[in-house]
Design a protein around this ligand. Structure first.
Ligand code: NAP
Length: 452
């Protein structure tokens, strides 16, 4: 069941949020009454949805700074007014008249996953609550997978609620891992990593195809918006993957059919699939990991867009055309292949020269220390420089561009980067990373959604 977690500052705001929770499809509201008073709880008399009453104290990560006696009095009052559930913190558990309210005993750790979590859950269960809730912060992919396993060991009584940047797949796909309860926001998130009620609009059933976009960092990825907006029974979440070697285990534990792979794992994941180069798409077929690279499609579309007006001229072998690619990773690899199809001579300029040399040997292109002096017309940013939050970064200075240049960016968050602005200011033609994104996503979706 989905609990819309609300933390109103007034009775009026509570009413608005209750209505939003109801129209958004929440099964129950978690009323975080941290900012309300004893008298305000009268609002429970006309509650439009079942309610979990919580008055979370500051010592448990909440906002209620008042007296502990007053806090317990508020909880008891909420039960008297008919709240269906009452959440009491394990750390300071107290008995009080609960009426018909069902008990939830909770533990919150915003800094990590306590080593003693499983034994603590055992002790919490001794209080015979309806549910035990543990909200903890996994600090690695490993810890996230351990939490999924923990949830699976006690699917009915224990709600494992992950917080933070590793949490998203477990939150988004929680019905598949056995959790009885998950929390979503209707207004501002009330916990780090919390998804919004709208993210649960499409139900996850046993048949739903689960997908992830894996990378590190991953918060910037727009892939879930793209997949979740499609009218098919598939859902995608962002999985922060520390090491490519953890992919197989993560896919099994999270019941993933396939993944979009992004920075910095494309080459390592290709090795896992037993293919050369880089892959940005993986899926399981007869238990085997298969990989493909649709970035080349994306790169080709970006080049077509850049050269729209004079493709024939660019494709002609009569004039030697030159391109500089900044970077030597997965995106650079895709652009080398795509540019070479146009007969364009490619130079790689990379922070780590040895990596550029290795790629150049494999794909038969050139390496240079800098873009200046190469007499190139096309410049491709295939590094993360310029990506939010470091939006003022660029792989080169503005002086490399002139009015005959073409600048193509792979970065698409934000869509307009310093690299592109510098190029535009010098009169160059520019192509945003969104162009590549759309084309590679289309080709990738054909693989990850096939058969649906
Ligand atoms: P990758 O395989 O990890 O390669 C990253 C490249 O950037 C490496 O050559 C690396 O140099 C270089 N680099 C990283 N940080 C740098 C820094 N601070 N200064 C200078 N160079 C740096 O990543 P990727 O998959 O190629 O992705 C690169 C960028 O393209 C990312 O921003 C990604 O989001 C974007 N991308 C977009 C699309 C799209 O559809 N629009 C598709 C693919 C990728 P070293 O060798 O020295 O580490």
């Amino acid at each position: 069941m989905i609990a819309a977690s609300i933390q109103p500052r007034s009775v009026e705001e509570a009413r608005v949020l209750y209505e939003k929770a109801k129209s958004g499809g929440a099964h129950v509201v978690e009323l975080r009454a941290d900012h309300l008073s004893y008298g305000d709880l009268g609002l429970l008399k006309a509650r439009p949805l079942q309610t979990i009453l919580t008055v979370r104290p500051t010592w448990e990560g909440g906002a209620f700074a008042g007296d502990e006696g007053e806090r317990v009095r508020m909880l008891a009052r909420g039960c008297e007014l008919g709240a269906e559930f009452v959440d009491v913190e394990w750390k300071a558990y107290k008995d009080f008249p609960r009426g018909k309210a069902q008990l939830i005993v909770s533990l919150h750790d915003f800094a990590g996953v306590p080593a003693t979590l499983e034994s603590t859950i055992g002790k919490m269960k001794q209080l015979e609550p309806t549910y035990v809730k543990v909200a903890v912060k996994p600090r690695s992919t490993r810890e996230l997978l351990d939490l999924v396993a923990l949830q699976g060991r006690d699917p009915l009584k224990v709600a494992v609620v992950p917080m933070g940047e590793y949490a998203e797949p477990m939150r988004a796909f929680y019905p598949r891992y056995g959790g009885p309860l998950m929390f979503a926001s209707v207004g501002a998130a009330t916990a780090p990593g919390q998804l919004s009620l709208a993210d649960y609009a499409k139900e996850v059933t046993d048949e739903t195809r689960l997908l992830a976009v894996v990378g590190n960092p991953i918060a910037h990825s727009k892939s879930p918006e793209y997949y979740n907006g499609k009218g098919v029974d598939a859902r995608m979440a962002r999985l922060k993957l520390d090491r490519a070697e953890e992919l197989r285990e993560a896919m099994a534990a999270l019941q993933l059919y396939g993944c979009a792979v992004t920075i910095p794992h494309k080459e390592a994941v290709a090795r896992l699939c037993g293919v050369a180069g880089a892959v940005n798409t993986v899926w399981l077929e007869d238990g085997e990991l298969r990989g493909a690279n649709t970035d080349v499609e994306g790169a080709k579309r970006a080049i077509y867009r850049a050269l729209e007006d004079d493709q024939a001229e660019w494709g002609s072998k009569a004039v030697e055309r030159r391109a500089v690619i900044f970077g030597a990773g997965g995106a650079a690899r895709a652009f080398v292949a795509a540019l070479q199809e146009f007969g364009i001579v490619v130079f790689l300029v990379n922070r780590t020269r040895a990596r550029a040399e290795a790629l150049a040997r494999e794909l038969h292109c050139e390496v240079a220390d800098r873009a200046e002096g190469l007499d190139a017309q096309i410049f491709v940013n295939a590094t993360p420089l310029g990506m939010a939050p470091d939006v003022e970064a660029s792989p080169c200075g503005p002086d490399v561009f002139d009015s005959n240049s073409v600048a193509i960016d792979c970065v698409y968050t934000p869509p307009d980067t310093k690299f592109l602005r510098d190029a535009r200011e010098r009169g160059a033609t520019t192509v945003s990373g969104e162009e590549m994104f759309a084309a590679q996503a289309e080709a990738q979706a054909a693989l990850l959604l096939r058969g649906l």
